[in-house]
Design a protein. Structure first.
Length: 663
């Protein structure tokens, strides 16, 4: 650097000197930046603590040192998330003095030091999902109280911690002739997680899923009576000899599948590199779901093990197609095989590599090859050992292939012929707007021609388009693909939106910025809105995930007292207005039987004008488990099995308002 340039720079360091350099010791970095270790401080991160502790006990079971795990949820101190205990009958964390830390027990080192544990060298565990020292030390750092009890060599030891700091040395509690293993009890710190609470249903599901993932373990669940209920028992025992096959059978239930028998099995990898277990079913009329695991840890974003399974299934079905003389089978793509399938895959491998500390995606390069080689031979036998079964699955896959290729051809034609929006073929009932986007255009889906007429007069012609539909549209959750394609109302709606359906749904191609479902404010209107939401959830999920779908909130009543008038959304709102704003006045109340009864000015003022209306945005949760719960609810309420709806109504009959029943 030249002297001139040096002289031109500002002199002096200001406040930046040695005192400005912080050295964070022990577990303080975890408390300062919890997002680096568990992805944040939200509900998902809170429950990630439970998964980290449970994973350590599962590793003991998978390694063959434990066959029983207990999880117990208690209420905990006032304001806390709750107190959770996880116990196993494994070897127990070592309690002798650690050779590198004189005066400290190995247990204390593991609980208070990042990157310490028995899973790095592979000597103590061939495969593992948790890491003592990464997982449990982070849990300790983010808990207001942690107690660890270890039973080894017929003796019981215990140590308490707070915010990652020991509250005293390791204590010898006494003899424990009939006990072995480790118990970790912790209370998440409200200074980190605020007022968030452990959800018993989520922990119950976590414990149950772990039992499915390793057939050799028994998991016992216990929950405080005050926290039980809503499908969560006070006590339960999970043990599933069939592993993933049992899990899949429960998930599929009584739904009809392309093949009566699931494709399920397990295979050890060569040279003791681990093993793989899988279970796959192809239900009819289903969007399907996927569950991926590595060393019992959920990997909701899939990864290299997923790639291996997809490759094995695709190459296997192509080979079977060629064997049976289907020349077009060479065009089968992975999405043709896995679309609509219920898939569960669990791998156990050494030194797994994940995309982040929260382990959402497996990135181990060898996993794809190992899984494909292990599964492919089994899939070939599954298809060829029963030719009728193989042909049934091949036929279903090729139907999806034909549909995919047809849509691809349509898109190519559309790109060649539609040089601008004006040349697009649009449904005749659509009254389009003149605006071209930029965050302002809206399509109102309205119920019937009468409401459509009012909406057309009430709209802003530049930004608001109107598409009337005839009554209650097809319930797509219980209809076949052919029936959906043949439905004229759905065809008009799909054409008007222009963004494609199912796997081809692309929200960036949507012709409008907002899609607004506008139905009558009564039971029939709610039913139509539900059918439309089901359509968007199943056929255009990308549109919903991107936040383009809304529900209009038209009023049910108009209240007039003298020259003053107000609108009420429902009976409760009406009563509130009469009790407050119109107290003591003679009120004339009129009830709207439908949108068509409202004059255009009323409809514009209450429901369509962005300055005065209210809209509800319909979205999908980000978390995989929550998305799966939404799908289960839609299947339950809108699917093909009426018994599920009957049970739902029967179980909730007591929640209905008596006045509503009398009405």
């Amino acid at each position: 650097m030249s002297d001139d340039l040096f002289d031109a720079l500002p002199q002096g360091g200001g406040d930046y000197d040695s005192s400005a350099i912080e050295v964070l010791e022990g577990l303080e970095p975890v408390r300062r930046r919890p997002g680096m270790y568990i992805g944040g401080t939200d509900d998902r991160a809170l429950h990630h603590l439970a998964a980290e502790v449970l994973d350590n006990s599962m590793d003991e079971a998978v390694a063959g040192h434990a066959n029983r795990i207990e999880m117990e949820l208690e209420e905990g101190p006032e304001g806390s998330a709750g107190r959770l205990s996880v116990s196993d009958n494994g070897r127990g964390i070592p309690v002798d003095e650690h050779p590198k830390f004189p005066g400290k027990s190995t247990l204390e080192v593991i609980l208070t030091t990042l990157h310490s544990g028995g899973k790095f060298s592979g000597k103590a565990y061939a495969t593992s999902g948790g890491l003592h020292g990464v997982g449990v030390s982070v849990v300790n750092a983010l808990s207001s109280h942690t107690r660890v009890e270890v039973a080894r060599n017929r003796e019981l030891f215990a140590q308490d911690f707070s915010a990652g700091h020991p509250q005293g040395p390791l204590q010898r509690v006494g003899a424990a002739p009939n006990r072995r293993g480790t118990t970790v009890t912790f209370v998440p710190d409200i200074a980190i997680f605020g007022d968030r609470k452990f959800r018993p249903s989520r922990l119950f599901k976590l414990a149950r899923s772990k039992a499915y993932l390793y057939a050799g373990v028994e998991i016992r669940w216990k929950c405080a009576p005050a926290l039980a209920g809503d499908g969560v028992p006070e006590e339960a025992v999970f043990q599933f000899p069939g592993g993933l096959a049992d899990h899949l059978a429960e998930q599929v239930g009584g739904r009809e599948c392309v093949t009566a028998e699931f494709f399920a099995g397990r295979q050890d990898f060569p040279d003791d590199q681990g093993r793989v277990e899988w279970a796959v079913a192809w239900p009819l009329w289903s969007d399907g779901s996927t569950s991926w695991y590595c060393n019992t840890v959920p990997t909701p974003d899939g990864g290299t093990h997923e790639q291996g399974l997809r490759a094995a299934l695709t190459r296997g079905i192509r080979a079977f197609g060629e064997l049976t003389g289907q020349k077009k089978a060479k065009d089968i793509a992975p999405e043709d095989v896995v679309t609509g399938a219920e898939i569960m895959l669990s791998v156990f491998i050494r030194d797994p590599q994940f995309q982040s500390q929260t382990k959402d995606r497996l990135t181990s390069p060898d996993a794809a090859r190992l899984v494909e080689n292990a599964v492919r031979d089994h899939f070939d036998h599954f298809l060829s050992n029963n030719m009728e079964r193989g042909r049934a699955l091949l036929g279903a896959v090729m139907e999806r292939m034909d549909e995919r290729l047809r849509r691809k051809a349509e898109r190519e034609i559309k790109r060649k012929t539609a040089t601008n929006a004006k040349k697009l073929r649009l449904p005749g009932k659509l009254t389009d707007c003149s605006g071209d986007g930029s965050g302002e255009t809206e399509l109102f889906i309205v119920e019937g021609d009468s409401a459509g007429g009012s909406a057309k007069q009430a709209r802003d012609r530049k930004t608001q388009a109107i598409l009337p539909i005839r009554g209650k549209i097809l319930n797509v959750a219980s209809a076949s693909a052919d029936k959906i394609r043949a439905n004229s109302e759905i065809a008009d709606l799909t054409l008007a939106l222009g963004c494609g359906t199912r796997k081809d749904c692309d929200a960036t191609q949507l012709r409008y910025d907002r899609i607004v479902i506008m139905t009558d404010a009564d039971v029939d209107g709610a039913h139509i809105a539900t059918l439309l939401m089901t359509f968007f959830f199943q056929e255009m999920p990308d549109l919903v995930r991107s936040g383009h779908l809304y529900l209009a909130q038209p009023p049910l009543y108009r209240l007039v007292a003298g020259k003053e008038s107000r609108y009420a959304a429902d009976e409760e709102h009406r009563a509130e207005l009469e009790r407050t704003l119109f107290k003591g006045k003679k009120v004339e109340v009129s009830r709207f039987k439908g949108l068509g009864e409202m004059n255009p000015n009323q409809l514009r003022e209450t429901t369509m004008d962005p300055r005065t209306r209210s809209l509800i945005r319909i979205t999908l949760p980000e978390q995989h488990e929550q998305r799966h719960a939404v799908k289960e609810l839609v299947d339950q309420l809108m699917g093909r099995n009426p018994e599920h709806r009957f049970n739902f109504i029967q179980n909730r009959a007591g929640e209905l308002d008596r006045d509503l029943i009398d009405a």
